[in-house]
Ligand binder design. Structure first.
Ligand SMILES: [Zn+2]
Ligand SMILES: [Zn+2]
Length: 138
């Protein structure tokens, strides 16, 4: 049993979860890419009833039976829930207060990954933004 806590960017929404995540997936599906404006999304697989939310959350149905929630103030994406997995909610791991608590267990929808994913580990890794433009973004 682990106590997880998290928040959105503006802090208007906070959440807590006490339990053992059942599956921590890194999703590469195109829907997650567009919904999060990100190449992939890391999720904490949680038991819906054990997650407690505070603050105003909006949600929408991104495909039949699938719901995505986000902070009504800042838009931070908070969760994914689907009729495919009743009783489960997939919390955006990027909202964790302590990222050390997260251990991904698998990728999913690998076939839809962005084509440049494999090149990421070979890129420069400065601690700040001090990278000179290359003049050739390709
Ligand atoms: Zn917010
Ligand atoms: Zn996805």
């Amino acid at each position: 049993m682990i106590d997880f806590t998290g928040k959105c960017l503006c802090g208007a929404v906070t959440w807590t979860y006490s339990g053992a995540p059942d599956r921590n997936l890194i999703c590469h599906c195109e829907s997650c890419q567009r919904a999060a404006s990100s190449a992939f999304s890391a999720f904490i697989g949680a038991t819906t009833d054990a997650v407690h939310w505070q603050g105003e959350i909006n949600h929408y149905q991104s495909s039949p039976g699938t719901w995505r929630g986000f902070c009504a103030t800042c838009g931070t994406r908070l969760y994914y829930a689907s009729d495919l997995w009743p009783g489960e909610i997939h919390i955006a791991a990027a909202t964790l207060n302590d990222p050390e608590l997260y251990s991904p267990t698998s990728h999913c929808v690998w076939g839809e990954r962005v084509p440049w994913l494999a090149s990421l580990d070979d890129l420069p890794k400065p601690d700040g933004f001090d990278i000179e433009p290359t003049g050739d973004p390709t």
